[in-house]
Design a protein. Structure first.
Length: 230
């Protein structure tokens, strides 16, 4: 191998295997609705109610990641991310809530997870409880990664100005801070994958691909106003 060539990393391989799911996410009518600014108040409220609870579980899973960590720099990263989710991710929610016309207090007060949000959060919790740190991180990584890629694409396509209803949402996820979070995930996952055996790497891949598919159906849950049938 020449000095300029390098082999494909584990996370690059995962990203390329998940490409059809990423493309389906970019074409999803909810994501297109963010670009075009034409989602209904009910769809936006439905998303924020579920996502608020989803992010609570995300923080719990970071707590489990801390309990599986031996390196202080990993503990520091997960601790920082709990702060990011609790404080910074309020901003995109407030943007959607404002456009929806529903008060944030009502959206934050919902307490029943709908089938898809329940399914997704149980998947991340299961990966955390049953798996290694690498397996857990592979279940979480598609969360920042899909939003970062959506943010970048929409920013490039829409170039939102002050009149765009979802300018803050798009700019929040297109911010280089989210790109840095993704790089921090990838660096750790690649390190853990290189120390993992075949079975663990297979679980890492499965958890990652499942989370990508869950991201896709999470958008459908909001777009279709999913409810428990009974
Ligand atoms: C369903 C769903 N998936 C991903 C995100 C975005 N997101 C979740 S956690 C996080 C930061 C990780 O530390 C980011 C960017 C969301 N809000 N809701």
């Amino acid at each position: 191998m020449s000095a300029t060539e390098r082999s494909t990393s584990f996370t690059e391989e995962l990203r390329s295997k998940a490409d059809p799911v990423f493309e389906a996410i970019f074409r999803h009518p909810f994501v297109r609705g963010i670009a075009e600014g034409n989602l209904s108040g009910e769809q936006l409220a439905h998303y924020v109610r579920q996502d608020f609870q989803y992010l609570t579980v995300f923080c719990q899973v970071y707590g489990l990641a801390v309990s599986k960590s031996t390196r202080r720099e990993d503990i520091a990263f997960f601790n920082e991310q709990i702060g990011f989710v609790l404080d910074s991710e309020n901003h995109p929610h407030q943007n959607l809530a404002r456009v929806s016309g529903y008060p944030m207090e009502e959206l934050e007060g919902a307490n029943e997870l709908l089938p898809t949000a329940r399914n997704y959060t149980r998947h991340t919790l299961y990966s955390a409880h049953s798996g290694t740190l690498g397996e857990l991180l592979c279940a979480l990584y598609p969360c920042p990664l899909t939003y970062w890629e959506i943010g970048l694409r929409l920013k490039e396509e829409v170039k939102p100005d002050d009149s765009h209803p979802f300018k803050e949402w798009i700019e929040f996820y297109a911010d280089p801070i989210v790109g840095d979070i993704c790089r921090e995930f990838a660096r750790r996952i690649d390190r853990l994958a290189s120390d993992a055996g075949k079975a663990e790497r297979a679980n890492m891949e499965e958890h990652y691909l499942t989370s990508c598919r869950m991201e896709h159906i999470f958008w459908s849950m909001a777009y279709d106003l999913e409810e428990w049938p009974v």
